[in-house]
Design a protein around this ligand. Structure first.
Ligand code: HEM
Length: 139
């Protein structure tokens, strides 16, 4: 399906933005739209590569302050202090990160946070926590 010539494209654009005045142009507009779509080269656009993230996002490393702390509610932090764990303290969370991960997954004891306290976390949050550990738990 051939693309319109530059001259035809100019006229087509005018008719399209004033389509109420050129209803007979609609079938041709459809043809041209299909021609454009058939000719798109998606490989030239990294945002359209299937499964690709925006440039730089996958390699960005995670930090406690920006990506982990906001997952803990004020209540989580207050309650867990009574059990000897300050979730707002990066050093304590880092030191017990594997145990905490086990609790977030519910594999090493009762799942945390409990269901009556807005738990469990969505899976993406848990994967993020795990990635934060594996990247060296930056503050
Ligand atoms: C080292 C990991 C953890 C341990 C050993 C632990 C242990 C406990 C224990 C023994 C309780 C009281 C009994 C119970 O309700 O089951 C509790 C309660 C609670 N924990 Fe944890 N926890 C851990 C991590 C976390 C994390 C990461 C969060 C939040 C993201 C959290 C949020 C809560 C909350 C909201 C309660 C309130 C229970 C209530 O008042 O009914 N905990 N935790």
């Amino acid at each position: 399906m051939p693309l319109p010539t530059p001259e035809e494209e100019k006229q087509a654009f005018h008719k399209l933005v004033n389509i109420e005045s050129y209803p007979e142009f609609l079938p041709r507009a459809n043809e041209i739209a299909r021609a454009y779509l058939a000719n798109v080269d998606y490989t030239q656009d990294e945002l359209h590569t299937p499964g690709a993230a925006a440039p730089g996002t996958a390699s960005r490393s995670l930090s406690f302050r920006l990506h982990i702390l906001p997952c803990f509610s004020d209540e989580d932090i207050e309650v867990m202090k009574d059990f000897g764990l300050d979730l707002s303290d990066v050093n304590q969370v880092a030191a017990r990160s594997r145990q905490i991960l086990g609790r977030l997954k519910g594999t090493t004891g009762a799942i945390m946070p409990p269901a009556d306290h807005d738990g469990p976390w969505p899976e993406e949050w848990i994967r993020t926590f795990e990635r934060w550990i594996n990247e060296g738990h930056a503050p």
